[in-house]
Design a protein around this ligand. Structure first.
Ligand code: PEP
Ligand code: MN
Length: 341
């Protein structure tokens, strides 16, 4: 059983509930987090009086089952009809009326290539530049990223273009190291279940781009967001990037129905990654359009100046001219969907 405190409650209100439970012979455990204060009842005996607890000052509710989605839930913060707007560097937000497109190479390769692609995606209308410095590759024999050298290249690309930098952290120790160079910290699909990393990105102030685990349910995805929010960081952008299925013509199965479902149950913004979501460059443009049509707040797209020479994920990267064409076509579509680009 869980006592959920009102969002306006203070430490003293929690202490009062704990004392009340103590009087009733109930052993309790305080769940500390900034999103919601809660008290978990560990052993409930015969002297437990639920009504008295429910009537205590600043008690919101007493739940019988496990804690449901709270911080990432639709009514969290009392603004049921509004998507949370997450800042994206100096240029924009993800989650407003305007769609936010983040584009760039899978991994940072050379400075020349990064600068070239950054300038191209910026002039096509992207607001963020993606690029992996620490690459969580499936095989240990694949390119693992240029690490700190890549972070410095990303920072120079931000300087040159004004684009917000979105890059991945793969373990808690990297968070402080990456933070000065990044505007948004990405948690990748392989790490969505890594609660130590979720707590680490939740304990700092940069917005977090949280990718859906490739075998995660929507509930697990939202609970991962709750880890970040519970640790103190409410600026979470969800990213649907496909889940594993038996299909072989795609790398992952892009589960777009999750977008309107997230909108129904949560206030968090959600963007779509059609690159990892399909693994095939020719599917990226149609699925980007589909993502916008079903209500996504933006896109995360892999773009490369020469995909056939890319060190990672070339088969799913758009060429620059393809990305420009995609962006051009998204304008009128955004319009129809009540959004702007
Ligand atoms: C990425 O976006 O660079 C990436 C590795 O994607 P995912 O975590 O979705 O596999
Ligand atoms: Mn990639």
């Amino acid at each position: 059983m869980i006592v959920v405190m009102d969002r306006r409650s203070s430490r003293e209100h929690v202490d009062h509930v704990v004392a009340l439970l103590d009087e009733m012979g109930v052993r309790a455990h305080v769940i500390n987090g900034t999103a919601h204060r809660m008290v978990e009842l560990l052993e409930v005996g015969g002297r437990f009086d639920r009504g008295r607890v429910e009537r205590a000052p600043m008690v919101d509710k007493v739940l019988d089952g496990p804690v449901p989605i709270l911080a990432a839930g639709r009514t969290a913060g009392g603004e049921a009809d509004r998507t949370i707007e997450v800042p994206l560097g100096r240029r924009g937000v993800i989650g407003g009326r305007k769609l936010g497109v983040i584009a760039g190479p899978c991994s940072v390769e050379s400075e020349d290539r990064l600068m070239e692609v950054a300038a191209a995606v910026a002039s096509a209308g992207a607001v963020g530049l993606r690029g992996g410095a620490f690459k969580p590759r499936t095989s240990p024999y694949s390119f693992q990223g240029h690490e700190d050298r890549a972070l410095e290249m990303l920072a120079r690309a931000r300087e040159a273009t004004g684009l917000a930098i979105v890059t991945e952290v793969t373990c808690p120790e990297q968070v402080r190291r990456v933070q000065p160079y990044a505007d948004v910290l990405q948690v990748g699909s392989r790490n969505m279940h890594n609660s130590a990393l979720l707590k680490a990105v939740g304990g700092q102030e940069r917005p977090v781009l949280l990718k859906r685990g490739w075998c995660a349910s929507l509930e697990e995805f939202l609970f991962a967001a709750e880890y970040v929010m519970h640790a103190g960081n409410g600026n979470v952008i969800l990213c649907e990037r496909g889940i594993r299925s038996y299909e072989a013509y795609v790398r992952n199965t892009l589960a777009l129905a999750v977008v309107p479902e997230v909108k129904r149950v949560s206030n968090l913004p959600i963007i779509v990654d059609p690159s990892h979501g399909t693994g095939r460059a020719h599917l990226v443009t149609p699925m980007s359009r589909a993502a916008v049509a079903c209500g996504a707040d933006g896109l995360l797209v892999e773009v490369h100046t020469a995909p056939d020479q890319a060190w990672s994920d070339g088969q799913q990267s758009l060429r620059v001219d393809e990305f420009q064409a995609l962006m051009k076509g998204l304008g009128p579509l955004a319009d129809v969907c009540g959004r702007t680009l």
